[in-house]
Design a protein around this ligand. Structure first.
Ligand SMILES: C[S@@+](CC[C@H](N)C(=O)[O-])C[C@H]1O[C@@H](n2cnc3c(N)ncnc32)[C@H](O)[C@@H]1O
Ligand SMILES: O=C(O)C(=O)C[C@]1(C(=O)O)C=C[C@@H](O)C=C1
Length: 247
């Protein structure tokens, strides 16, 4: 399947609307996220590797905020435990439709993949089945800050003993010098990937009100408050990080 390049913010917009995961975004999403999130391909591939370590036979693996199912596909490449199934959940109808197409394409290319169910649902309203592995790859940052603790507590409750949550997020930093340096380097990453100053500025306005990053300390404290006993950062590239949280 062809992946057109992201030119969504290339022309000057009179008013930049808030970012939404609509059909326009879906069309360019694989290109957009790869050129915007440093380390994204490494994170996605290794969530499959982490999933293989934590997956228990005959259990559910969740991909919450699955978008086009990149993490789900990685789990299906790596997890070999018997009788597991993946639940990929997203509340964007456009994402879910395209995600199903991509997973069907994966099914037609490989045999004996884990069964997967793609659900169009709000993860805040979802009743979670007992699960051995939950991935939230750059999803929590789009959830309203006052809903985050409750969501993580429900995930913690759903996790089987020996399971794990993997949480990837853009970070902000309390120390202004650190924050500014890593943000500037992130902008350099976008420039190096071909984004213009206009594209960078307009994308920044678009996500300003809808994506609210936390500090690493806030994540660690909130995960503990949600009932997780151990938080292990396993990846960081510039201001993007991924954590393993153990029940
Ligand atoms: C940055 S994308 C996630 C990228 C994806 N996990 C990956 O690895 O390619 C965030 C996704 O979260 C979804 N999302 C945001 N809020 C949600 C909610 N309340 N319930 C379900 N999905 C949500 C969005 O529709 C979007 O597809
Ligand atoms: O922080 C930015 O500038 C981004 O573009 C990040 C980010 C993300 O982290 O999800 C925001 C929206 C798109 O989904 C792709 C990337």
């Amino acid at each position: 399947m062809s992946h057109p390049s992201d030119r969504l913010f290339a022309q000057p917009l009179e008013q930049v609307p808030d970012f939404v995961f609509n059909e326009d975004v879906v069309r360019v999403f694989p290109d957009m996220i790869k050129r915007s999130v440093p380390g994204y391909p490494t994170i996605v591939e290794n969530i499959g590797v982490l999933g293989a370590r934590f997956a228990q036979p005959h259990s559910v693996l969740y991909d919450l905020g699955a978008s086009l199912g990149a993490v789900t596909q990685s789990l299906r490449r790596h997890v070999r435990a018997d009788g597991c199934r993946v639940m990929a959940v997203d509340n964007s109808a456009a994402m879910v439709e395209r995600c199903r197409q991509y997973l069907n394409a994966q099914d037609s290319m490989f045999q004996e993949l884990l069964p997967v169910q793609v659900l169009e649902a709000d993860i805040l309203a979802l009743s979670l089945e007992p699960a051995s592995f939950v991935a939230m790859n750059f999803t929590l940052q789009f959830i309203a800050p006052d809903e985050r603790l409750d969501l993580l507590a429900r995930i913690r409750q759903a996790l089987l003993p020996g399971g794990a949550l993997v949480l990837s997020e853009k970070l902000r930093f309390d120390d202004a010098q650190t924050h500014d340096l890593l943000n500037e380097l992130h902008l350099d990453f976008k420039r190096a990937n071909g984004y213009s100053e206009l594209e960078i500025a307009q994308k920044r306005s678009a996500i300003e009100h809808v994506m609210k990053p936390d500090t690493l300390e806030t994540h660690e404290q909130r995960l503990r408050a949600a009932g997780f006993s151990k938080v292990v950062p396993w990846f960081q590239c510039l201001n993007f990080a991924s954590l393993i949280a153990l029940p």
